[in-house]
Design a binder for this molecule. Structure first.
Ligand code: CMC
Length: 382
């Protein structure tokens, strides 16, 4: 069989999937066939998570049950809280999240992945507990008391409560919920692929999600939203935006929050997020950062739009999180809180007709190299 090396596996299908669909030329994203705009407008994260995992929108009784089950599983084991408190407060929250998820698997052994009902329970437990881990590490590193979940609040409202200690207003809750929905799945991205590779070995779901979290952390994937804020702060003022971008382009540097492997037109998620950011600035008043972002978007679109490079989901999500008072290095963990539903939907799908991933390589090294004993090798004697 001929093997052609395709860097980054661009255009190479690695699975048949019925979870999400992207048309990168028309700017369409669907979850289980439903347009992302409709979900962002009418759904909730709990409902969307069910849609991704089960393939259909829940009926009212099932939705109530999902909301109840997610709330029921939010609490963390005291040992996981102690583990979080043992981590360095100067560490990256994505590393804390990955460590806590891996440890969580030891409290909920799920090595046997053949039972559908048990697998689904593990999905609910993971989706429920990620926000508690993220908020616990945030409060710990800020020197604040770690708060338990508050019964009666929805998924997003409870996260904001655990983060700030205050019951959030409906605008903030809706903003976060929409962000989680927009991040919940995105076809065969790097972290989903990573999760599917891990799942294909029949590893347990905690290992699957912790490996996906590790992959999401990189600056070319989920880590970009954090770097967007760094860039906007670096620019400092609207007047500097144009010259800053021009200098980056002249140095052939990437502009964070722009470009996408699949979208060659506007990312539909970025359009929704820009509208959300507009609403939030109407509510809280505009910020210099937001004005800089709008200018950067205009300049980059004008210079690079013809090449199919536009703002992606990470560009405006950072602005929304910033307006919610969230620190930039906690942005990617929030991305993970949304994406976990998609990772797990892909894990369940992978298990249906699993075959372990074992690709190949094109060997580009030498053969029959002679082994030289240590003392006969050259180099500087010490
Ligand atoms: N700024 C400037 N030029 C860019 C950018 C950018 N952000 N992105 C792509 N290009 C150029 C690139 O220099 C190349 O130009 P040329 O053909 O002249 O050499 C061309 O566009 C194609 O780039 P590529 O590297 O082949 O594209 P890719 O599909 O491998 O990379 C990407 C996709 C998202 C990694 C890339 O666009 C990028 O590095 N963007 C910045 C980081 C970022 O915002 N990442 C978040 C992605 S969306 C959310 C997610 O998936 O997590």
């Amino acid at each position: 069989m001929p093997h052609e090396f395709v860097p980054g596996l661009e255009g190479v299908p690695i699975a048949k999937s019925a979870i999400s669909f992207v048309d990168g030329l028309k700017g369409i994203l669907e979850y289980r066939g439903i347009r992302i705009q409709h979900l962002a407008e009418h759904s909730t994260y709990e409902e969307t998570a069910h849609l991704l995992l089960k393939g259909e929108l829940p009926d009212p009784a099932t939705l109530d049950a999902i909301i109840h089950d997610l709330a029921h599983h939010r609490r963390l084991e005291s040992q996981i809280i102690e583990l979080i408190k043992c981590l360095p407060e100067y560490g990256h929250p994505m590393d804390a999240l990955q460590a806590a998820i891996a440890a969580l698997g030891m409290f909920h052994p799920a090595k046997d992945v053949t039972d559908d009902a048990r697998n689904f329970r593990a999905c609910i437990r993971l989706i429920a507990k990620l926000p508690t881990i993220v908020s616990a590490y945030e409060r710990f590193r800020n020197g604040a008391e770690i708060l338990p979940p508050l019964d009666g609040l929805g998924h997003s409202a409870n996260f904001l409560y655990m983060l700030t200690g205050e019951e959030p207003n409906p605008v903030s809750v809706n903003a976060l919920d929409v962000c989680l929905i927009l991040h919940a799945d995105h076809t065969m991205n790097a972290s989903t692929f990573s999760g599917r590779v891990t799942g294909s070995t029949l590893a347990d779901p905690y290992t699957v999600v912790s490996s996906a979290v590790g992959t999401l952390a990189g600056p070319l994937h989920g880590g970009a939203n954090e770097q967007v804020l760094d860039m906007l702060r670096d620019i400092g003022s609207v007047q500097h935006a144009e010259s800053y971008i021009e200098e980056k382009m002249a140095n052939k540097e990437r502009i964070m929050g722009f470009g996408h492997r699949v979208y060659k037109t506007k990312d539909p998620r970025a359009i929704i997020l820009r509208r959300l950011a507009d609403q939030m600035t109407e509510e809280h008043g505009s910020t210099e950062l937001y004005e800089i972002a709008l200018k950067v978007d205009d300049v980059v679109t004008e210079r690079l739009g013809a090449k199919g490079i536009y703002a992606n989901v990470d560009f405006y999500s950072g602005i929304v999180y910033d307006a919610l008072g969230i620190r930039p290095d906690a942005f990617t963990p929030i991305f993970a809180m949304g994406r976990v539903a998609g990772w797990l939907a892909h894990w369940l799908e992978q298990l249906i007709d699993n075959r372990i991933f074992r690709p190949t390589q094109i060997y580009a090294g030498e053969h029959d190299v002679q082994y030289i004993p240590t003392e006969q090798r050259g180099g500087n004697p010490r």
